[in-house]
Write a protein that binds this ligand. Structure first.
Ligand code: ADP
Ligand code: UDP
Length: 239
């Protein structure tokens, strides 16, 4: 009998396991951009993103950041704690890029000090809009206390990851996090942390195309997508 699929998203498939409260997450090679208007495949992406994410989640756990990672039973499979997810994407930006540049006119690469923390409504139908604090309250997607915890946790994750990537010779430009609640109401970091969800630039490369090591290579047809992800994987595993 086929295993029941709990959920198939754009990049991952979640299935239940025999153990209650534990999910199996299969990372796919499928890639989407611009709210799934652009679709394609990145060869080997599932295994690379799963391995990078697993390594970063274990690193963050060592730094005291609670997260859903339990094990990596196969190259493209992660076992995680099942959580009740917040319909929020928490974006942290160390430098201006992407939608921040498009929507504000700030120049690409401008350093943001302190880092900018932003909440987006995770809702594909609405195009994942940026939320004001008032709209965040209005939609009641998290309690005010949880919003504070999410922002603080995102800032802490940023400090750890920025340092980690700096030691890999990589600049952490921006990234997106997702969180969920466990059965006790604790806020836990979840989903993935990979070149699909982070902007990563080679620190010693000034060329604006050659330095890009993340999904922007796919979004903007810059070529050499797989080798960029592979480079991130190798440097992360070396740490
Ligand atoms: P999307 O849903 O945006 O298409 P994915 O294909 O990456 O994205 O699907 C993964 C889904 O799993 C996301 O909706 C994410 O919120 C959810 N998720 C991530 N970690 C957990 C977890 N620990 N428990 C339950 N759901 C999770
Ligand atoms: N991001 C993501 N998933 C989303 C939206 C954004 O992982 O649904 C990541 C993106 O890869 C980047 C950061 O969040 O690292 C900020 O993205 P931005 O708002 O600039 O949007 P973009 O221009 O990338 O669509």
């Amino acid at each position: 009998m086929a295993t029941a699929i709990t959920y198939e998203g754009k990049a991952k498939i979640l299935t239940p396991t025999e153990q209650p409260g534990i999910l199996r997450v299969l990372f796919k090679d499928d890639a989407t951009a611009f709210n799934a208007q652009k679709r394609g495949q990145i060869q080997g992406k599932g295994a690379m993103n799963c391995t990078i994410s697993s390594h970063l989640f274990q690193f963050l756990a060592e730094q005291g950041i609670a997260n859903h990672f339990l094990a990596q039973p196969a190259a493209n499979v992660m076992a995680v704690r099942a959580l009740q997810m917040f319909a929020l994407e928490v974006v942290v930006r160390n430098r201006a890029a992407g939608s921040l540049c498009r929507e504000t006119g700030l120049p690409l690469g401008l350093e943001l000090m302190p880092p900018l923390v932003e909440f987006y409504y995770k809702n594909d139908g609405l195009g994942d809009p940026l939320l004001t604090p008032e709209r965040l309250r209005l939609l009641n997607l998290a309690t005010p206390e949880e919003v504070q915890i999410l922002g603080d946790a995102a800032r802490q994750v940023n400090e750890h990851l920025r340092q980690f990537f700096a030691e890999c010779g990589i600049l952490l430009i921006d990234f997106k996090l997702e969180f969920g609640r466990d059965d006790h109401g604790a806020v836990i970091l979840a989903d993935e942390i990979s070149p699909d969800t982070c902007r990563l630039w080679l620190a010693d490369e000034a060329d604006p195309v050659r330095r890009v090591l993340d999904k922007d290579r796919f979004r903007h047809d810059l070529g050499a997508v797989e080798s960029a992800y592979q480079l991130v994987l190798e440097r992360v595993l070396r740490q």
